[in-house]
Design a protein around this ligand. Structure first.
Ligand SMILES: *Cc1c(COP(=O)(O)O)cnc(C)c1O
Ligand SMILES: [Zn+2]
Length: 383
């Protein structure tokens, strides 16, 4: 286990009006309706942990305990999540004329998606703050992760459109994206991890499949905290939000120069994790994209399916549609010359392709080989 546990949270702060709230109490949104962020005594963290301590710790998100909001270790609800590999994508890179293309493979996390990070943290904190019942609206991955961590932590959970009613009538605690402060802290560990894995020299680009935006916001927060304690400098990766052409509120607002993103009508895409037509953290994401000198890119469902197949064939990685979308976006940024051949580019595969059987094209020639004669014919055409 890691060394003795201390928590450095000072308070919660509103991402919009900066109002301060007591972190020892349960909160959803600020009174102004915007998300709350966890603030820490960063000077004290800087004094208590060194980069050199990290290699001796658990290979999970909990290795960064000083940067995390759980006060007592017995409240941690874990399935061993975190420390996913950063895989060099050599074949895909050389196809695009790139020397340093990487994929952080979040498909290896418990429940098969990176929702595990946020919900491990949210469920741990909910437990710590005395919550008994939780609820979440979800396209699938978040609910799967909440069900798993809820079961592990002994919480009761439910999902769907009955959430609002349940909140009122039986006191469910809503752990929707950004509607409680701690999922961001879980997603923040992606930023801490990648910084450590890149030896504190951040990549030039981070390409992220964007839905509600906890990942973008969480990674950016990680970089700010790491700079505050002196582990990295002020240079930041260009942050790229990738969305599906059928549901692209953030990318559209980015290109229109807007600071908020209204509801995207008739949202549709097979990449269900990115099917978020309105996001409460819109203004934070747009600010990050601009401040980092980043970009907003849309990809069609056809491009996503094509990229899934390409990644599987060239890298042996069965990516989620959302993860594949980041590779399709890199291809566009490379074709337009925005990404250079020497740039260090990190894509996120946020889930396991195995969770999306509906996206696998329905043409299975090998399954039609029934008789020995069929086999003969099949091999004859190969030689
Ligand atoms: C939820 C989800 C996303 C979007 O994540 P946010 O951080 O909420 O923007 C991307 N990919 C997958 C697989 C997801 O489940
Ligand atoms: Zn506020």
């Amino acid at each position: 286990m890691n060394k003795e546990h201390r928590c450095y949270v000072t308070h919660l702060e509103c991402s919009r009006c900066l109002a301060q709230w007591d972190h020892r109490q349960l909160h959803n949104l600020c009174i102004c309706g915007k998300p709350l962020l966890v603030r820490y005594d960063l000077a004290a963290i800087a004094g208590s942990v060194k980069k050199e301590d990290l290699p001796y710790r658990d290979r999970s998100i909990w290795r960064y305990q000083e940067f995390l909001p759980v006060e007592r270790p017995e409240n941690i609800v874990t399935l061993g999540e975190g420390y996913t590999p950063i895989l060099p994508a050599v074949a895909l890179g050389s196809r695009l004329g790139m020397r340093s293309l990487f994929i952080k493979d979040e498909g290896q996390l418990p429940t098969g998606s990176f929702k595990a990070r946020g919900l491990a943290m949210a469920v741990s904190k909910a437990k710590e703050l005395g919550v008994r019942r939780t609820a979440i609206p979800s396209a699938g991955n978040a609910a799967g992760a909440l069900a798993a961590y809820g079961a592990r932590g002994g919480l009761i959970n439910d999902c769907g459109r009955i959430v609002g009613e349940g909140k009122k009538r039986v006191g469910w605690f809503d752990v929707s994206t950004l509607k409680e402060p701690y999922r961001i802290e879980g997603k923040k560990t992606m930023g801490l991890e990648l910084a450590e894995q890149f030896d504190w020299n951040l990549p030039d680009w981070i390409i992220y499949p964007t839905g509600g935006g906890t990942g973008l916001i969480g990674m950016w927060k990680a970089f700010e905290e790491l700079e505050a304690i002196g582990w990295i400098g002020s240079r930041r990766p260009r942050m790229v939000a990738v969305q599906a052409a059928g549901c692209a509120p953030i990318v559209k607002a980015f290109h229109e120069g807007a600071t908020e993103a209204p509801l995207f009508p008739n949202a549709h895409t097979l990449a269900s994790g990115m099917r978020v037509p309105i996001a409460i953290g819109d203004f934070i994401m747009l600010d990050i994209l601009r401040r980092s000198g980043g970009a907003g890119i849309t990809v069609t469902d056809e491009e996503i399916v094509e990229a899934m197949s390409l990644i599987a064939r060239q890298e042996g990685l069965v990516a989620s549609p959302e993860g594949a979308a980041t590779l399709a976006a890199v291809e566009k940024l490379r074709a337009s010359g925005r990404i250079g051949g020497e740039d260090r580019v990190l894509c996120f595969n946020t889930g396991a392709g195995q969770k999306y059987p509906e996206t696998i094209p329905g043409d299975y020639p090998l399954l039609s080989l029934k008789s020995p004669e069929d086999l003969e014919r099949f091999f004859a055409q190969l030689v």
